[in-house]
Design a protein around this ligand. Structure first.
Ligand code: ADP
Length: 493
């Protein structure tokens, strides 16, 4: 009984224990489940965090890459600007290449660079080079010529780069220049391609970007422009040198011609002087004998003979006048007549010329006007010679002005000279004769000259006298309206 009670008690206790343990177990299992749930959540959070961390790292890497790109681009732009400035401030082709060699090649940040440029015979030469041996350049030069399609594409202005070229082109360029990443662009001017520019890296170095391509194209344009400017300058410089040496040659020729002309002119003056002298003596005798015969002192002479003798006298007079003029021209030209310079009031001189020529003007009923500026000072001149100038000009004006015409003398003052004008309302002078008028013996072929005798030496003498006073003489004329002769005299001699 006791034993069965004990057994019962043990059974009950066991059941209770079992129940309690079961309850504890269930509780623990629930706890485990809860913990497992929490663990899962934590794991998920970790996973999320991991994802985010990876994203941050990736973004950071990308940012760094972009920053590097930007830095590289800024550096390249800086190099480009520096190079542009350097090469655009010289007009010497060799200096451009020297500066490119120093700056571009180092600053652009490529391992290999090459500038090939045409010479005058369109043959390419390596002018700037980094990372190429002479043999490699020779290889490029000989093989580039052979690659017709590449050559033609570049002549058309096409730029190639490892980022955007067709495969066969890329491979050809890689073979030619031994670069994996590259930009190859033509150097163009207004007259077409004058060279090429290549920048590149070998396989283990950084790849080029589209930005690099753009940059290298801009640089090639800049090189093209600078070379074009330098060549144009060279051309202009060379032409100016040629022109200068031609001018020097011509000046030398002209100087020797001038000497020759001076010599001839001197010889001519001497000859005219000598001949005139030789003529004057017998002419004076002829005139003298004619004059004696006319007087009848050597016996009476019949009227027809007297008439002829008077003609001899008149012709002799004309001849003496001509010879005297010729002698004067020759003497003034050779400087053998010294101008007797003295102060003179030009208005009074004009009045005395007027008095002298009034009878001739009256004969033709010609009006005379004078307009002399009050501010023209006394001029220093050879009175006798300048009076001859006025007499010649006014004499011609009377001769070539029809009846009832007008002759006007004007004098006005300029800054350094006084200008005298002798104008008439006469027959005028054809345009084509104007520039020959001051030549010796030149006379215009007109009705008056056919009837009235003249020597054609008056204006030539006028010119010589005015020039001996350091003045100038010229003429304007309108046919059938009138003519004006001008001459200047310096205000201070
Ligand atoms: P000459 O009067 O002896 O012929 P000049 O040398 O004085 O020689 O003049 C040369 C020529 O110029 C004249 O023959 C004449 O044809 C022309 N000439 C000069 N003055 C005038 C003028 N005032 N009007 C028209 N023709 C003139």
């Amino acid at each position: 009984m006791i034993a069965s009670n004990l057994l019962l008690i043990v059974g009950v206790l066991t059941t209770i224990l079992f129940t309690v343990l079961s309850l504890v177990l269930v509780n623990r299992i629930e706890e485990v489940h809860r913990l497992q749930g929490a663990l899962k959540k934590i794991k998920r959070s970790f996973d999320d965090l991991d994802e985010q961390a990876k994203l941050i790292v990736k973004t950071d890497l990308e940012l760094n890459k972009a920053q590097d790109e930007l830095d590289k681009r800024l550096k390249s732009l800086d190099a480009l600007q520096k190079t542009s400035r350097l090469i655009s401030t010289t007009l010497d082709e060799n200096e451009i290449f020297r500066r490119l060699d120093q700056s571009l090649m180092i600053d652009l940040g490529f391992e290999k660079n090459l500038v090939l440029v045409h010479d005058e015979d369109k043959i390419l030469h390596g002018r700037v080079n980094l990372g190429f041996s002479p043999e490699e350049i020779h290889f490029v030069l000989t093989n580039l010529e052979k690659n017709k399609s590449l050559k033609q594409a570049m002549e058309e202005g096409h730029t190639f780069s490892s980022v955007n070229s067709a495969r066969h082109e890329r491979e050809a360029i890689v073979r030619l220049f031994d670069v994996e990443h590259f930009v190859l662009t033509p150097i163009l001017t207004q007259n077409g391609i004058i060279g090429i520019l290549l920048v590149g890296n070998r396989s283990n170095a950084a790849a080029v970007t589209e930005g690099d391509e753009e940059l290298v194209s801009v640089l090639a344009n800049q090189i093209g422009q600078s070379l074009e400017n330098a060549r144009l300058f060279e051309q202009v410089y060379r032409s100016s040198q040629i022109l200068e040496s031609k001018i020097q040659d011509r000046t030398r020729q002209l100087a020797s011609l001038l000497e020759e002309v001076k010599h001839i002119s001197r010889t001519k003056s001497e000859f005219i002087s000598a001949v005139s002298h030789e003529l004057r003596t017998p002419l004076t005798s002829i005139k003298g004998y004619a004059a004696i015969l006319i007087t009848g002192k050597l016996g009476s002479i019949p009227d027809p003979v007297k008439e002829r003798l008077e003609k001899i006298n008149t012709h002799s007079d004309n001849l003496v006048k001509l010879i005297n003029n010729l002698l004067d021209i020759a003497r003034i030209e050779s400087g053998r007549v010294e101008m007797k310079m003295e102060k003179c009031d030009i208005a009074s001189m004009i009045e005395s010329v007027r008095d002298l020529l009034t009878p001739q003007m009256r004969e033709k009923n010609i009006q005379w006007q004078t307009e002399v500026d009050k501010n023209v000072p006394e001029l220093v001149l050879d009175k006798h010679q300048i009076e001859r100038v006025f007499i010649n000009l006014v004499g011609n004006a009377i001769k070539f002005t029809p009846e009832k015409g007008t002759i006007c003398i004007r004098v006005h003052r300029d800054t350094e000279t006084a200008t005298m004008e002798v104008s008439d309302s006469g027959i005028g002078i054809p345009k084509e004769d104007l520039n020959k008028l001051f030549d010796e013996f030149y006379r215009v072929d007109n009705e008056i000259n056919q009837n009235v005798k003249g020597t054609g030496l008056g204006l030539s003498l006028v010119k010589k006298i005015v020039e001996a006073h350091k003045g100038k003489v010229w003429v304007t004329s309108e046919l059938n309206k009138g003519t004006t002769f001008y001459f200047t005299l310096p205000l201070s001699p």
